[in-house]
Every structure is written in structure tokens, then in C-alpha cells.
Design a protein around this ligand. Structure first.
Ligand SMILES: [Fe+2]
Ligand SMILES: [Fe+2]
Length: 190
């Protein structure tokens, strides 16, 4: 019986993982394959990761959370979630030239990430309502280290996934590693 349960959860896990990775690629392709996102892999983050890896990790965890919440009745726009997750820390790029110290980085990078998102968002053609929701999620993602909480569900998801991904990166089990390896492989084939 235990073995059967193990096999069941193993296959469910594999199915979920590939479904979540496919969703990230589908909703995030307009951000993932930009110069900004490419540069994000060269910016060290949390001492042991890069902004690129971290953002992919946040996006993957956010999708899991969003799937769960939509199953229990929340209405969630997956595209908003993925786009906000991928852009939430892009403002950190060049942090050692831009910010005096970590404290300044912590308070200013969400606003700078919103500016990066605005520059990338033309291609996305989101509605004004969706733009507002994505911008708010990015601007408020550092709560409670910054005082104002996110206003919408997308922001709450990013906020939780951001903390969770940082912990996974610190213990060396980020879900981003396998996804990024696949991304590089896909780019080589293309
Ligand atoms: Fe951040
Ligand atoms: Fe982050």
C-alpha cells in the first residue's frame, strides 16, 4: 500500500512539475528571453544565487500557489502572476553601482523593478487593470521589510513565493535549476 501511494505521488509530482514548467514558459516567454532577463543571471542575489535563478524560482513557486488557490475558489490571472514574479527583482541589476548599501537596495529596488517592467510591458499588451495589478505586486513584494502590503492576490502570492524561494536557494534546492537547464537546451536547439 505504501509503495502504491509512493508511486501515485511520484507520478502526480512529475505531472505537476512539467505542467508548472510549461505554464512558466507559456506566460513568461516575453520576459524570459529578453536582454534584461539574460543579464539577471550575472547579478548575484542572496549571496548564493542570481537574480535570474531567484526570479524563476519565485515564478515556479507562485504558479504552484496560484493553482492551489484557484482550486479553492480564488480568481487568479496566471499571466499576471508569472510576469510579476519574473520582473519583481529586475531593478536590482547593477545594485553595487546604484545603491549605497543593502538598506537602500531593499527600499528602492521594488520601484526600480516597476520601471524595468514598464519598459518590457509594451510587448505584453496587458490591460490597464492587469498592469496596475502587476505593478502593485512588484512594488509591494518586500513587505513586511517595506511598510505597505500588496493590494491584490497576485502580490500576496509573489510575497510568499519570494520568501520561500530565498529559503530554497539558501539550502541549495531551488526549483529553478532544472528549468534553467531546459531553457539553455531549448535556446541551443533554436
Ligand atoms: Fe526583492
Ligand atoms: Fe525576490
Amino acid at each position: 500500500m505504501t509503495l502504491l501511494l509512493y508511486i501515485f505521488f511520484f507520478f502526480i509530482g512529475c505531472y505537476m512539475k512539467s505542467k508548472v514548467q510549461a505554464m512558466l514558459l507559456f506566460y513568461g516567454k516575453d520576459i524570459l528571453f529578453t536582454k534584461n532577463f539574460d543579464d539577471a543571471f550575472n547579478q548575484v542575489h542572496h549571496g548564493c544565487s542570481s537574480v535570474g535563478y531567484h526570479s524563476i524560482g519565485v515564478a515556479l513557486i507562485s504558479i504552484y500557489i496560484a493553482i492551489f488557490l484557484s482550486k479553492i475558489g480564488f480568481e487568479i490571472c496566471m499571466r499576471n502572476v508569472v510576469v510579476a514574479a519574473l520582473c519583481h527583482d529586475l531593478g536590482i541589476l547593477g545594485r553595487y553601482e546604484k545603491y549605497k548599501n543593502n538598506r537602500e537596495c531593499c527600499s528602492r529596488h521594488p520601484k526600480d523593478s516597476v520601471e524595468v517592467y514598464k519598459a518590457l510591458s509594451e510587448k505584453l499588451q496587458l490591460s490597464d487593470v492587469d498592469n496596475e495589478r502587476v505593478e502593485n505586486a512588484i512594488r509591494r513584494h518586500m513587505f513586511p521589510l517595506t511598510p505597505i502590503p500588496p493590494k491584490y492576490i497576485e502580490g500576496v502570492i509573489i510575497n510568499i513565493a519570494d520568501k520561500a524561494s530565498s529559503i530554497f536557494e539558501k539550502v541549495g534546492v531551488s526549483p529553478a535549476i532544472a528549468f534553467h537547464a531546459g531553457m539553455i537546451q531549448a535556446q541551443k536547439i533554436a
